[in-house]
Every structure is written in structure tokens, then in C-alpha cells.
Design a protein around this ligand. Structure first.
Ligand code: PGA
Length: 251
């Protein structure tokens, strides 16, 4: 069964006390959200322990925003999948465009990270998406297809049951410019067909594909009505409980 998910990527925002407040507000408002919509929050690493406590007893899943590409050892400043698991993470986001753009995250590195995350029992939200130049050059399908294949074709059909894909056109992230529902849907359909060609129809049908990029309560409904858009990865609007829950109520 395909799952609907609304995930909040807090990025490098909030202090720990602010994050705990936000998590509590989200947990409180989450009662209104239909049971078939899963809520996920992805605070910064420093917040995970405290936010896990704040979410205790709620159905909201905890996610990291990234993980190390090594299991353990002398890698100063890195955070391992076992650490994430031990603090109560169920998911990790991987391959966000900000990681690809500013921190040199490559598809090859992402293969290592996805492998480690799955082995540790985490689920993965893998981000793909073209930048503005690529879209203007008409290369958006090719870019997204290549990112999807380069990473996920190293995994099995079984692994795919613990992977969510987030399509985030880079030109729509934090810009207030949302892809139209039709623009998003055609890419989501393309991603699903890439997955179907490799792993079969059942895997493709079950795959959750999220849209991300200036998604907010006012445009979520139109996006989520599309047959291949199964929820959202939310940045800015996830920093206000009311907006985040407003998006989750848009199904
Ligand atoms: P945004 O970010 O909602 O602020 O555009 C989305 C994301 O980067 O995940």
C-alpha cells in the first residue's frame, strides 16, 4: 500500500528549546491529521534527542537530515547511522540539493549512505531534482532520471519498500516559486516509470514520491490531488506548526 507522507525539513533552523516547542506544537495539532497520512519531522542533529522526547506518545516519526558515509571511527564532525538509530530516528533524508550543491554530495557517496542507512534499519527519503539551468535547457527529465538510477539501481526491490523519493526542483526551494501541479506530476510519473522498469509494477505502485519546493497550505491541495504526488517534503512552512499541519490536512 502506498503511504502518504508530509515531512518537515527544518534545515539549520531553531535552537534546541525552539525545536522542542515546535515539535510539541506539531504533536498537539497532529490529532486532526487523517490516520493514512504519516507525519515526519527532520530537525538538526543537535535536536534529535530532545525532539524524540517531545514526540514520545505521538505518531510522528523522527528523521535526520543527513548521515555519514562511513559506519564509525575517526571521521571528525560526522554522525553515523547507528547514532541516529540510537536516538530514535526512523528516517534520514539523503541527497538534499543543498547537500549536493554546498557539500559536494555525489550520487556515489549517496549509494554508500543509503546502504548504511538501510543496514541500520533506517528508512530513507532520497531527494532528486534539477536546477534552473537544467530546466531551462530542457534537461529536467534526464537529470532526475539519472539521479534516481545512479543511486537506487544499486538496491533491491526489497530495499525499495524502505525508500521514499522526494522530487525537489532546486529552483523552487525556498524561492516562493512552486512547480505547477502539472510540472510536478509529469516528473513524478517519470520517476515512477523508471522504478517500474527496474523493479516492477508492484514496487512502483507502492513507492511514495513527495514533492518539495515552496509547498505551503495554499498550494498543497492542488499538488496532492495529482495521482503520483504522495505528499510533501516541506522546508520553510515546516517551521510553523500551523502551516505544517495545514499542509497535512490538504489531502
Ligand atoms: P522549501 O524547502 O519548502 O522551503 O522550499 C523544501 C526543501 O528544501 O526540502
Amino acid at each position: 500500500m502506498r503511504k502518504f507522507i508530509v515531512a518537515g525539513n527544518w534545515k539549520m533552523n531553531t535552537t534546541v528549546p525552539e525545536g522542542v516547542e515546535l515539535a510539541k506544537a506539531v504533536a498537539k495539532a497532529a490529532a486532526e491529521v487523517p490516520a493514512n497520512v504519516e507525519l515526519v519531522v527532520a530537525p538538526p542533529f543537535t535536536h534529535l534527542y530532545a525532539v524524540a522526547e517531545a514526540l514520545r506518545g505521538s505518531k510522528i516519526a523522527l528523521s535526520a537530515q543527513n548521515c555519514a558515509d562511513k559506519a564509525k571511527g575517526a571521521y571528525t564532525g560526522e554522525v553515523s547511522v547507528d547514532m541516529l538509530k540510537s536516538v530514535g530516528c526512523e528516517y534520514t533524508i539523503l541527497g538534499h540539493s543543498e547537500r549536493r550543491q554546498y557539500y559536494g554530495e555525489t550520487d556515489a557517496k549517496l549509494v554508500e549512505k543509503v546502504k548504511l542507512a538501510l543496514e541500520a534499519g533506517l528508512k530513507v527519503i532520497l531527494c532528486v531534482g534539477e536546477n534552473l539551468d537544467e530546466r531551462e535547457a530542457g534537461k529536467h527529465f534526464d537529470v532526475v532520471k539519472a539521479q534516481t538510477e545512479n543511486v537506487l539501481f544499486n538496491f533491491s526491490a526489497d530495499d525499495m519498500s524502505r525508500i521514499v523519493i522526494a522530487y525537489e526542483p532546486v529552483w523552487a526551494i525556498g524561492t516562493g516559486k512552486t512547480a505547477t501541479a502539472a510540472q510536478a506530476e509529469e516528473i513524478h510519473r517519470c520517476i515512477r516509470s523508471v522504478i517500474e522498469a527496474r523493479f516492477g509494477k508492484a514496487v512502483a505502485d507502492d513507492l511514495t514520491i513527495l514533492y518539495g519546493g515552496s509547498c505551503k497550505p495554499s498550494n498543497a491541495k492542488e499538488l496532492f490531488q495529482e495521482p503520483d504526488i504522495d505528499g510533501g517534503l516541506i522546508g520553510g512552512a515546516a517551521l510553523k506548526a500551523e502551516d505544517f499541519i495545514g499542509i497535512a490536512l490538504s489531502f
